[in-house]
Design a protein around this ligand. Structure first.
Ligand code: FE2
Length: 429
């Protein structure tokens, strides 16, 4: 048997040393010591080879718009929404496409090959929807782009949001979104969850709502989301994004809530960089961190994937499409510092998020699509610690990005040597 490409000597995320053989756009074999002929052999000895990074929560219509028309002075979610409202009428089809494609280039170079992006449907022109549907086609050869119809200004609070959400779904948007905590009343928020879940059930779609993105402990729309999921038989197809109110909720109530979320198989998508930045802004001290209760959710068997949410937009002034930044922040904010927990943080920016997005072709296994990233690290923990350089990115069996950079040279006291920040961590005792 002969292959198109064989990657020799890589280390898989579980620590196994194996070669990866690729035929066409598929992984044909993963095992140590593959000797069969290949058109191309690439030596990745000692480097971590991982399935690609996955971002289950992003806003591609807003990305790379930082500073347009001004920056967010207060740093709050609400000023961000107002600022986005100022920018929206000025958007053009071409500008949205240009920024989105630029971001997709960043993502591809970072080994981030699957992105779920919310797209605002409150602009009656549905300009961003049409632009991102076009981008989805354009990047289909290397990025799985999943779109969520997102009524940013409220399904009921914004005049045509309901109709526009349906129009966006008719145009081919994949997932039903929502923002219950931004509706005018708790009752409207609750009703929006019900109606949006019913729309998803009728159409056989997934649901991913911005849910309870607030410090208000009484924002409990996640309860309704879990209830509707179970009532409508949507188990495994629904995600609650953010869930930051849970950070501030009463412990007794959370002890009732978590089993209900688990029972309904609703996934959680915290966005650590953004949650730590936007939440707690109305606190003095102590200041709340705002991120939802990740270790507790994992203990209850709730699926969790970390999202990036924002890069250089009205809500966040930094970002480089690096899901290792996301895992790094998550690990700190959630205090997930044991070796097992740190590995789980890596899974939450790769395999767990792929499961939430329903990516069947994803994973490092025979028969799966040949999408992968090779990192300048020996294992997932080291990848997070170093926010490791991407040495190579492969999509559909083709190398789409590659780096071969000489290490930094130290010149100290007559000593001249390359610096290597990798570190052999002893097995935990
Ligand atoms: Fe978001």
């Amino acid at each position: 048997m002969s292959f198109d490409v064989v990657l020799k000597g890589g280390v898989l995320p579980d620590g196994t040393h194996a070669d990866v053989a690729i035929a066409g756009d598929r992984i044909a074999a993963i095992e140590p010591g593959i000797t069969a002929e290949a058109r191309e052999t690439i030596d990745i000895t000692g480097h971590l080879v991982s399935p690609p990074f996955v971002d289950p929560h992003f806003h591609m219509d807003a990305t790379l718009s930082y500073g347009q028309p001004r920056i967010n002075g207060s740093g709050t979610l609400l000023e961000g929404i107002a600022l986005w409202g100022e920018l929206k009428p000025m958007l053009t089809h071409e500008a949205v496409i240009e920024r989105a494609l630029a971001y997709c280039d960043w993502a591809a170079s970072m080994g981030l090959l699957a992105i779920r992006t919310h797209v605002d449907v409150c602009d009656d022109r549905l300009l961003a929807v049409e632009a991102l549907l076009e981008v989805k086609q354009q990047v289909a050869g290397y990025i799985d782009l999943q779109l969520v119809a997102f009524p940013q200004d409220g399904l009921y609070r914004s005049p045509n949001a309901r109709e526009n959400t349906i129009r966006a779904l008719d145009l081919g948007v994949d997932v039903v979104g929502g923002i219950p905590h931004f509706e005018r009343t708790m009752a409207d928020g609750r009703a929006s969850v019900t109606e949006l879940c019913e729309i998803a059930a009728e159409r056989g779609l997934m649901v991913d709502m911005h849910c309870d993105e607030t410090d208000d402990p009484l924002s409990r729309h996640i309860e309704q989301l879990a209830y509707e999921t179970q009532r409508l038989g949507l188990q495994g197809r629904v995600a609650g994004s953010h869930l930051t109110s849970m950070h501030s909720m009463d412990n007794y109530y959370v002890s009732k809530l978590l089993p209900l979320i688990a029972e309904a198989e609703v996934a959680a998508i915290p966005n650590p960089l953004i949650n730590i930045t936007l939440q707690g802004r109305h606190d003095t001290y102590p200041k709340r961190r705002g991120m939802t209760r990740v270790p507790e959710m994992l203990k209850h068997g709730i699926k969790v994937g970390f999202g990036q949410d924002c890069v250089l937009d009205p809500w966040y002034s930094l970002g480089t499409a690096d899901m290792l930044d996301v895992a790094f922040m998550a690990l700190h904010v959630a205090q997930m510092t044991s070796p097992a927990d740190m590995r789980r943080c890596f899974e939450m920016v790769t395999t767990q998020s792929a499961e939430i997005m329903g990516l069947d072709h994803y994973g490092l296994a025979t028969g799966k699509r040949a999408d992968l990233v090779v990192l300048d690290a020996g294992n997932p923990i080291e990848a997070i610690r170093l926010r490791a350089e991407r040495l190579m990115v492969m999509a559909r069996g083709k190398v789409i990005a590659r780096r071969d950079r000489a290490p930094m040279q130290l010149m100290i006291s007559g000593r001249e040597a390359g610096i290597d920040r990798r570190f052999e961590v002893p097995e935990p005792r």
